[in-house]
Ligand binder design. Structure first.
Ligand SMILES: *Cc1c(COP(=O)(O)O)cnc(C)c1O
Length: 234
């Protein structure tokens, strides 16, 4: 994989986002989701101007961090177990997946210990899909008010993972709902909370995310290609 291929793919991605957004919002930043990909494949992203990378497993962040930390900023985008917070707290620039108070409490505890402040996003479940994580739409304001009072973490916005469906109208409604929620929360001016980032959109739905004002899209396969998981037997 070379920087040239990444540049071409980024051009396609940005072109499709521009077309979909019709100038309504600034183009989202692209977070390269590098999970399952080895460091050799990740390095050339630099030649394409990418420095922000997303990972969804604590162990993978720990493994890749030494080789990549000088050049890249790590984002934690996956489900995070409370007992693993301590391993990544000083390694990531943003935790996208804070979706429960128990996790926020542990982040605060570890941050105070390490004397740092951790930027986080509140993960919201746009249609109540439990297994993907995220608090309910009706819990967002209460959670933000509670998080805003906590030391050791700084809320920077919202994150959502959309359901895996081809139903574009349905997805369109969910993205629009997330954007409305984001703006409503921003306009409330909740103490201690900065509503700057709206992290939503992946390889199969990023144009819609751009159309509805995502500030960050998380792109894996459309940028890095499919990773082949099958190991040859012979
Ligand atoms: C894997 C992953 C992505 C990227 O998925 P692609 O479909 O490969 O773009 C984005 N967000 C989260 C939370 C992920 O786990």
């Amino acid at each position: 994989m070379t920087g040239e291929i990444y540049r071409e793919r980024l051009d396609v991605i940005r072109g499709r986002m521009e077309e979909a957004s019709e100038g309504r919002y600034p183009l989202p930043r692209i977070l390269a989701v590098t999970k399952t990909h080895p460091v050799e494949v990740i390095f050339p992203l630099l030649e394409a101007g990418i420095v922000d990378i997303g990972e969804n497993r604590v162990q993978e962040i720990r493994d890749k961090y030494p080789a990549l930390c000088e050049n890249f900023h790590f984002h934690m985008i996956g489900r995070l177990q409370t007992n693993k917070v301590k391993y990544i707290i000083t390694k990531v620039c943003l935790i996208h997946s804070v979706d429960r108070m128990e996790l926020a409490d542990e982040i605060r505890r570890q941050a105070l210990k390490k004397e740092c402040v951790v930027p986080v996003l509140l993960q919201v479940s746009p249609c109540g899909e439990e297994q993907k994580g995220g608090c309910g739409m009706d819990e967002v304001e209460g959670m933000l008010r509670a998080l805003g009072r906590m030391e050791g973490l700084q809320v920077r916005g919202l994150m959502a993972v959309m359901p895996n469906t081809e139903d574009t109208d349905f997805l369109d409604g969910l993205f629009r709902g997330m954007r409305l929620c984001f703006e409503r929360m921003r306009d409330l001016g909740i103490p201690g909370v900065r509503m700057e980032e709206l992290s939503m959109g992946m390889s199969h739905d990023y144009p819609l995310a751009a159309r509805h004002g995502a500030t960050m899209v998380r792109i894996g396969s459309a940028l890095l290609g499919q990773r082949n998981y099958t190991v040859p037997v012979n």
